[in-house]
Design a binder for this molecule. Structure first.
Ligand SMILES: NC(=O)c1ccc[n+]([C@@H]2O[C@H](COP(=O)([O-])OP(=O)(O)OC[C@H]3O[C@@H](n4cnc5c(N)ncnc54)[C@H](O)[C@@H]3O)[C@@H](O)[C@H]2O)c1
Length: 292
């Protein structure tokens, strides 16, 4: 799809930082944007902010881990707009960095529920409608280099969820290409350096039902703690500009890339090294896998 003007886009996790940047870019492209998020306050703030720039943006509170909530989102989008051309499955959360044997059942239930089942629920509610609509469409699933390219050893829960998102997207793209060539699927790997977003304090959205069974010993606001440490130790932190990240994403989508990623060359090298090691029967991890 080359021209987004007048197209309908849905961005889950649109109350968050990367989602907001995507929504902002889509509005600049002339798309009608529906942002959805489980966090009503953040969602309302994004809708208010983005509305000021002109364009058509609305917000719908949705919990992607709940299939009924996602079905209600799809019903509302199709009721109001009659289509969804661009579906950004972007909502995501992470669990504390701990050893695999120290992860808890609720870590897995919560993170897989949002990151994996959330993507599945959106695909199941939107894709049949996109197929029935018969128009051009694109499903963009936000994965992570952490899991999608190579896992950080401390991040078994998050990395597993994102590896799953990447594989689901590959299967989806293959099925679209064989059966519905008007539809595309893309994996989006947010990258380009440190990303200052709300994911570092994602426990704010962790439901009581999936509360951690024991303390992780980590601060709830990891980014805050990290920045304090950086300030104390004189580290010069450079953050990737999120508007530039979203602009690069849209350029990759228009170029029909299956993988949308800033700095994809580095990821390619990492994957080649991993594949060679695995092909020799060796463990693929290196010292970078141990960070986090
Ligand atoms: N920030 C990074 O370094 C980074 C790197 C790679 C990938 N990602 C991925 O980018 C995506 C966006 O994250 P972000 O970094 O902007 O963080 P963020 O916390 O700013 O945004 C994530 C949004 O998802 C929402 N959300 C959480 N649970 C939800 C649920 N059950 N239903 C609906 N919405 C829910 C949150 O309220 C939040 O607004 C995530 O999928 C994340 O895994 C982030």
């Amino acid at each position: 799809m080359q021209n987004y003007s007048g197209k309908v886009a849905v961005v889950t996790g649109g109350g968050g930082d990367i989602g907001k940047a995507i929504a902002k870019r889509l509005l600049a492209e002339g798309a009608k944007v529906v942002v959805s998020d489980v966090e009503k306050g953040a969602l309302d703030a994004v809708v208010t902010e983005l509305s000021q720039g002109g364009g058509e943006v609305t917000g719908i509170v949705t919990d992607v881990s709940d299939p009924e909530s996602v079905e209600a989102l799809a019903e509302q989008v199709y009721g109001e707009h009659g289509a969804c051309h661009l579906l950004f499955n972007n909502a995501g959360v992470g669990a504390p960095s701990v050893n695999v044997w120290e992860t808890t059942i609720n870590d897995w239930k919560w993170v897989l529920g949002v990151n994996v089942m959330g993507v599945i629920h959106c695909i199941q509610s939107f894709v049949p409608r996109m197929i029935a609509g018969g128009e051009e469409g694109h499903v963009i699933n936000t994965s992570s280099g952490d899991g999608g390219i190579a896992p950080m050893a401390g991040q078994s829960v998050y990395a597993s969820s994102k590896a799953s998102v990447s594989i689901i997207t590959e299967c989806l793209a293959a099925q679209f290409s064989q059966q519905h060539p008007n539809l595309k699927a893309t994996i989006f790997y947010p990258s380009g350096g440190l990303l200052k977003t709300g994911i570092w304090s994602c426990a704010r959205n962790r439901p009581e039902e999936f509360a951690r069974e024991k303390p992780s010993g980590q601060p709830e606001d990891l980014m805050g703690a990290f920045m304090k440490h950086a300030e104390e130790t004189g580290m010069d932190l450079q953050f990737q500009d999120l508007d530039d990240l979203a602009t690069a994403l849209i350029a990759d989508l228009k170029a029909d890339k299956f993988v949308a990623m800033l700095g994809i060359e580095g990821a390619g090298q990492t994957l080649r090294t991993r594949a060679e090691k695995i092909g020799r029967g060796e463990a693929p991890f290196d010292e970078h896998s141990m960070i986090a």
